[in-house]
Design a protein around this ligand. Structure first.
Ligand SMILES: Cc1cc2nc3c(=O)[nH]c(=O)nc-3n(C[C@H](O)[C@H](O)[C@H](O)COP(=O)(O)OP(=O)(O)OC[C@H]3O[C@@H](n4cnc5c(N)ncnc54)[C@H](O)[C@@H]3O)c2cc1C
Ligand code: SF4
Length: 332
């Protein structure tokens, strides 16, 4: 680990000023991802801005909107009474992530921004466009079993990065149409969750559309009638303490056996949490039935493309979609 300057800003503005003025400067929250990256020489911040004492910890409900502060711990959110009652999907996704100890350190803001777990990204002996753009992608011709099948370049062999977003929380927030509140040098803005993370394109080194120095203040969720029939299904190599190979977040509004509204998002399959908009449209107005769920899964796979070692996802993903829908609808 290289030497760095440690800052403890007195307020939000001071924190934002420091990180905006220095390209390598980073905010640090729980440190459960950033410190690992620093130890391996992947992140080399000259200035580390500790935000832990800033007033961004509250979880509060106002006028039908639930606001979760960026510094709320993953474990605090999962234990919060309102979150438990209104957003069981979020609780399931949070509790499926990492371990109890890590969830006691990890914050919501840090979880949104955790970096991919592609092994080549963490090993500086290998070329990686995400670590340094235009150097190549070792996963393309390497071991790519954990990698993406959606959101890839239209032209095969022109993918700049096939890594996946590793967060469980992000998949649930995608399904719940969360809004991210951020503050930067130009003031505050609200970012729809679908626009928060990006596909790799020409800039695989960037994971999000945040501008330099922008601080996440919190996440907003509106109260909708999607809590009764929801489920987060995570498939992983071990029962605990492992990242998703594939996961699905499902929330359904069901009235007398008919689906009135549907949200469907996948994890472990793309550079960003992957919403299945076509599948959602198809579900609306349909009865709860296994054959409808299978059709939705088939339609959802039309844009998928696999690589040498992750072809198994082409079978696993539709099965996960169907299973998650069945459990959410109460008919596993
Ligand atoms: C062994 C292990 C297993 C794990 N397993 C899982 C898993 O199964 N599922 C899962 O989802 N996650 C898993 N994680 C990841 C873990 O959830 C993240 O490391 C954690 O959520 C990051 O939060 P943090 O507060 O520690 O972030 P930090 O490490 O402090 O920061 C991460 C990044 O976010 C930035 N940042 C932090 N807060 C803000 C803010 N408010 N505004 C702007 N930028 C900010 C930092 O600058 C940094 O770039 C695992 C981690 C470990 C170490
Ligand atoms: S998939 Fe992305 S993170 Fe992995 S080696 Fe390729 S460019 Fe790097």
């Amino acid at each position: 680990m290289r030497p760095y300057q440690y800052y403890r800003p007195r307020n939000l503005k001071e924190a934002i000023d420091i990180v905006s003025s220095e390209e390598s400067a980073r905010f640090i929250a729980g440190g459960t991802n950033l410190v690992d990256l620093m130890k391996r020489g992947i992140a080399i911040p000259e200035k580390l801005v500790d935000i832990n004492h800033l007033p961004l910890k509250k979880i509060e409900q106002k006028a039908g909107i639930l606001r979760i502060g960026a510094l709320a711990l993953n474990s605090e959110v999962a234990e919060n009474k309102i979150v438990k009652a209104k957003y069981p999907l979020l609780v399931q996704a949070l509790n499926a992530g990492a371990s109890g100890q890590i969830r006691n350190m990890a914050t919501v803001g840090g979880n949104l921004l955790q970096r991919t777990r592609c092994t080549y990204f963490y090993d500086t002996a290998f070329a990686c466009n995400k670590r340094k753009n235009d150097t190549g992608c070792s996963a393309l011709g390497g071991i790519n079993n954990m990698h993406a099948i959606f959101g890839l370049n239209e032209k095969q062999n022109e993918d700049s990065c096939i890594a996946v977003n590793p967060s469980d929380l992000n998949v649930a927030l995608a399904a719940l149409d969360a809004v991210i509140l951020v503050m930067g040098m130009k003031g505050e803005r609200r970012i729809a969750f679908k626009d928060f993370h990006r596909l790799p394109g020409e800039r695989p080194d960037l994971d999000t559309n945040l501008e330099r120095g922008e601080l996440i203040l919190g996440v907003e969720l509106s109260m909708e009638n999607l809590s009764k029939h929801s489920h987060y299904l995570k498939v992983r190599d071990r029962a605990a303490y492992a990242f998703a190979i594939v996961s699905a977040a499902v929330a359904l509004d069901i009235d007398q056996g008919t689906i009135k509204a549907a949200r469907l998002a996948l994890g472990g399959v793309a550079h960003k949490p992957w919403r299945l908009y076509e599948g959602e449209k198809m579900l609306v107005g349909q009865p709860v039935s296994d054959s409808v769920f299978k059709q939705v899964a088939e339609i959802s796979m039309l844009d998928a493309r696999s690589f040498e070692h992750n072809a198994f996802k082409m079978k696993l993903v539709p099965n996960v979609i169907v299973e998650a829908l069945k459990i959410a609808a109460g008919r596993p």
